[in-house]
Design a protein around this ligand. Structure first.
Ligand code: ATP
Length: 344
């Protein structure tokens, strides 16, 4: 088993020369071999954090970056042994696929025979063997991104840094390459930091996810923890669909315009509850303590999405089987287990 490098950020903040504060002090350990995802809306500081890890950006004074026990804070990117892939490919357009993959090996003066062997391995691993002699400008977006990954991995970096590598691709290609990247990362066991604003990518690829909000870490956890136990409303709202009901709690019963729900929590007073669409069961309205009116039905093929109004201030989104027909204007009841309600 080869050693995988751990990464430690110690109070890494970033203020740009124009005074823009991109990052509050962040301390975080990324385990060797782990795939860690930075997830958050545009401008929250994901790329800045990745660039600090890469050595393309220095943290503000006092911040430190460690690879294993080595302090690399002052080392530029070319001395950190990191592989990087960006949203835009940054490949050499008029070189062939092979030449692009071999580029980093050439810079490192890898002997020709070894370089040839590694390029061969990469072509096979990324399923691009038949493209080896094509020029980059003769490739599709998905093929280019495979070459970019192959080039980054060919040098056997300590750490792989990926910044929105799938964002420029169409939905089907993203899905396919996501599956390939997943098996690639698992087989390599290389420490990987992956930046995305796409939840599905984060959920499926991440061992852990760091959710970021305006330069701060909102939550660090496994995909399951982030989804099922969101800490705070930002994470709850940002990840998946979250419904919100506003109302009052009286003796363990939540009361809102559309009816009542039993709660596990007994405290009284104004409150809101959050719940995921999949945690609500649909019932005939006369059998439910909570009910509303279907305002819109979206047919999604494998299921229907219902928008229900009149339960609370905001509309509720629920997904239903496509075999049952629902019409706008229908009354509908909801049942939600108290264990699936998040009281805020
Ligand atoms: P996106 O998904 O849009 O790339 P992000 O989460 O990666 O967003 P960053 O690129 O890290 O966000 O930017 C964080 C903040 O820092 C933003 O407000 C951005 O405008 C600012 N910023 C980034 N680079 C610089 C720079 N070189 N000079 C000044 N401000 C910058």
């Amino acid at each position: 088993m080869t050693h995988s490098t751990s990464i430690r950020l110690d109070s890494c903040a970033k203020t740009f020369a124009n005074g823009a504060k991109a990052l509050d002090p962040m301390s975080l350990t990324i385990e060797g071999g782990e795939t860690l995802i930075f997830l958050g809306p545009s401008g929250c500081g994901k790329t800045t954090t990745l660039r600090i890890i890469a050595g393309l950006e220095s943290p503000d004074p006092g911040g430190k970056v460690l690879f294993d026990e080595d302090d690399v804070t002052a080392l530029p990117i070319e001395h950190r042994n990191v592989g990087m892939v960006f949203q835009s490919y940054a490949l050499f357009p008029n070189m062939t696929v092979q030449q692009n993959i071999a580029y980093g090996l050439k810079i490192r003066k890898t002997p020709a025979a070894e370089s040839k062997q590694r390029v061969g391995e990469m072509l096979e691993m990324m399923h691009i063997g038949e493209l080896r002699d094509r020029r980059i400008d003769q490739l599709s977006g998905g093929q280019r991104q495979r070459v970019a990954l192959a080039r980054a991995i060919a040098v056997r970096p300590k750490v792989l840094l990926l910044d929105e590598p799938l964002t420029a691709l169409d939905a089907l290609l993203r899905e396919r390459l996501r599956v390939d990247i997943d098996s690639l990362l698992r087989s390599l066991g290389i420490t990987t930091v992956y930046v995305t604003h796409d939840q599905a990518e984060a959920m499926s690829l991440g061992d852990r996810i760091v959710v970021m909000d305006r330069g701060k870490v909102a939550q660090v956890g496994t995909p399951q923890e982030i989804y099922f136990e969101p800490q705070g409303e930002f994470v709850a709202d940002f990840i998946g669909t979250m419904n919100r009901l506003d109302g009052n709690v009286v003796d363990g019963v939540f009361q809102t315009a559309g009816g009542t729900l039993p709660l596990a929590d007994k405290s009284n007073g104004p409150a809101s509850v959050l719940f995921r669409p999949e945690n609500a069961r649909l019932l005939p309205s006369e059998q439910a303590s909570l009910s509303g009116t279907i305002s819109t039905v979206f047919f999604l093929g494998d299921r229907n999405r219902l928008i229900i109004s009149g339960i609370s201030e905001s509309d509720i989104t629920i997904e239903a089987q496509n075999s049952v027909s629902f019409e706008p204007g229908d009354r509908i009841g909801l049942a939600i287990d108290s264990k699936n309600l998040i009281l805020v």
